[in-house]
Design a protein around this ligand. Sequence first.
Ligand SMILES: CC(C)(COP(=O)(O)OP(=O)(O)OC[C@H]1O[C@@H](n2cnc3c(N)ncnc32)[C@H](O)[C@@H]1OP(=O)(O)O)[C@@H](O)C(=O)NCCC(=O)NCCS
Length: 148
Amino acid sequence: MTSVRIREMTASDIAEVTAIENESFSTPWSEASFLSELGSTGSVCLVAIEDGSVIGYVCASCVLDEGHILNLAVRPDRRRMGVGRMLALSALKGLYSLGCRTVFLEVRESNTAAKRLYESIGFRVLGLRRDYYHRPREDAVVMVLRLR
Ligand SMILES: CC(C)(COP(=O)(O)OP(=O)(O)OC[C@H]1O[C@@H](n2cnc3c(N)ncnc32)[C@H](O)[C@@H]1OP(=O)(O)O)[C@@H](O)C(=O)NCCC(=O)NCCS
């Protein structure tokens, strides 16, 4: 892998971000959802850049001392190279600097790759939200990490 850097997402990244989003999720966020998230108070939206292209992104938000990872994906041909972990750790740093001390997320129960990634950086399972997802209908595993 050539060098990958993480930087803040800007509006001009959103076309590339949405292309990855569409390949990664059955109910993808629209360009408008990303734009709205970028403009929200307490948002941490980052992209991973390789050779001038977006190869992954993460969106998280912080309200008071609570953070939430909203969205994370890596371009299919760049997966399993550590980019997802880099993005998640960078988002946690951003959330911490905004004052978050506890971070939550939901993940499909069948999404082993994401669950392993989150566990590898310290997230623990808190419980299940029944039928949280649709297309296909599935429970969400709720995970939590206390930041220090
Ligand atoms: C989940 C996702 C973001 C992981 O990104 P990635 O760049 O491939 O992940 P990394 O290379 O940083 O992997 C970090 C760790 O996660 C785990 N992991 C990642 N992919 C995995 C897989 N396919 N199977 C099992 N474990 C996996 C491993 O523990 C890995 O560490 P290791 O390579 O040292 O064993 C990526 O698979 C993706 O975009 N999936 C589709 C979108 C998605 O499901 N997002 C999460 C929504 S909650």
